[in-house]
Structure formats: C-alpha cells, structure tokens
Ligand binder design. Structure first.
Ligand code: SF4
Length: 196
C-alpha cells in the first residue's frame, strides 16, 4: 500500500531505527518536486544539511545545484534526497546496515515521486540501490534499468570538490541523463546549456 507524503515524513521524523539519529539536529528527508521525472540520490546529510534539515545545501549541494542548472533544470523541478536521513557522525560513510534500515523510506519516496530517471550520486547510493560491490570509478556512466526506471550512477559532488579532474567524466554522465530524458520525452526547458 502506498503511504502519503505526510505519513512518510511523520515516520521519518519519529524514526529511531538506527544509531544515526542519536547525535543529529534535524532529520533530512529530502525535498523538491514530488512529481519530478528526475531524482537525485546522495549518501547522507552533512553538517549544513543537518542544521537546516534540507538535503544538499552545503558546498556539495551548491555544486549539485550548478550541475542541475547545467542540465537545463531548476532544483525545484527535480527531487533530491539521500540514502540515510540522519547525518552520520563526522560525515562518515553510512554502514551498510544503516543504509538498509533507512532504505524503506527511500523506496516509499521513489514510489510516490515515480521518477523516470534516478541519478545515483556516489558509491554508497550505487551500492545500496544497485549492487553491494559496485565500483563507482569503474562503473559510473553505465545505465541500469529496473522496473522501467533508469539509474545513472555518477560521482558524488563532494568527490568532485575533492578532485576537480573527475568533473569532466561526471558531466559526460549527466549528458547521458539529458539524452535519456529527451528520449523519454521528458526534456528540460532548454535541454541544458553548459558543463559543470
Ligand atoms: S538514518 Fe534512517 S533508519 Fe536511521 S534513525 Fe535516521 S531515519 Fe531512522
């Protein structure tokens, strides 16, 4: 049975299923167009996200906003969230068990939004949703289709901030996303304009 957004968010805000909720300021469920055809899924909230209760609002979030704009979309036209809804201490990678505990919320978000294309930002998102031994450096940019939804794994914006040389590859991945959206008849307003 499909839940409502309100009951899903209530459940997330009340959730104490794993240890990650112990040291947070805010839950970060995700935000954006709840009918978006394009969805972005990252790893987990960082310090800025934890303080504001919003996904991707720190430095990596600003880069993601630029990436989305370069694809011809506004942030408000896509849906953005993370694998885990609570900030891991010191921004560590969420444990696979924590990711699995939080996964039902993400599945419900995907079921409610019903995107045509999902961009997986970084290894944690790809390992949780595609395959646990997924290697982002080797396997980014390769489409995976599941039940009519197209998944594009690429680098997390935080990784692009650490290593600028990856930006070119990431932009190629996002160009594939733009092509796929066009193919699916879901083209953005002007089809994108410049690289990241
Ligand atoms: S990370 Fe997810 S599963 Fe863990 S407490 Fe937070 S909302 Fe619940």
């Amino acid at each position: 049975m499909r839940v409502s957004w309100q009951s899903l968010y209530d459940e997330i805000y009340a959730c104490e299923k794993c240890e990650l909720c112990k040291q947070i300021h805010n839950k970060v469920p995700g935000q954006g167009d709840i009918h978006a055809k394009l969805m972005f899924i990252g790893e987990g909230p960082g310090a800025d996200e934890d303080m504001q209760g919003l996904a991707f609002v720190g430095a990596a979030g600003q880069l993601l906003t630029k990436m989305i704009a370069a694809m011809g979309y506004d942030r408000e036209q896509v849906y953005i969230c993370n694998i885990v809804k609570c900030r891991p201490p010191h921004n560590r990678t969420p444990e696979p068990l924590e990711a699995q505990m939080c996964l039902p919320y993400l599945r419900q978000q995907v079921a409610l939004v019903r995107p045509r294309v999902i961009v997986l930002l970084g290894a944690t998102a790809a390992r949780t949703l595609l395959r646990e031994d997924f290697r982002i450096t080797r396997e980014h940019g390769i489409w995976v289709e599941k039940k009519g939804v197209w998944f594009m794994p690429t680098y997390h914006p935080a990784a692009l901030l650490r290593d600028e040389s990856k930006k070119r590859e990431a932009w190629r991945d996002l160009q594939k996303v733009m092509e796929k959206m066009k193919e699916l008849g879901e083209k953005a307003s002007d089809g994108g304009h410049e690289g990241v």
